[in-house]
Design a binder for this molecule. Sequence first.
Ligand SMILES: [Fe+2]
Length: 207
Amino acid sequence: MSNETIITVSPHVLPTLPYVDNALAPVISAKIISFHYGKHHKGYVDNLNKLITGTKFADMPLEKIITETAGKAGKTAIFNNAAQAWNHAFYWLSLKPKGGGVPPSTLKKKIDASFGTLDACKKEWSEAAMAQFGSGWAWLVLDGDNIKVVKTTNADLPLTKGIKPLLTIDVWEHAYYLDYQNRRADYVNAVLNNLINWGFAEDNLGS
Ligand SMILES: [Fe+2]
């Protein structure tokens, strides 16, 4: 991973949003950002710090806390808050103002090799986002030499399966409900067409 902003040690801090709060409008409003970043993301970071104070996890980087607690009985709360802190930092970097469009050439070639076309990739990704029942995440990942779409439930993430995430879309209702109500497909397609940060994915390919 090249995104060193995510690798933090205790006390974990809420990473700075990589753009101003209205920069993603009208696709994602400043009102959503104020709750999603300012309340939900901050809440995961604050809860994590409370849960790990005085434990063996207190001085671990976020990624290590996640891999050490995944699937472990009695560690669910730490895992959920650590994973959600990581997922949200990665999500903000997966978006950018005036995103979308055509990926950089190296990534585009890999997408074409894996899916046939960029449109086929976006279609599969959008369908995965819709098929995720309840809360979760829809990811573009690098698995071996192939680019794939995977979905995860609640706080789960590809890192626990040894798969490298390239981009993610948050499909928890808190990510879109204020702007889109139950129209998750409209939110996902608007993100894919207007905000997705293909350059971040290309950076992640080589890291
Ligand atoms: Fe979220």
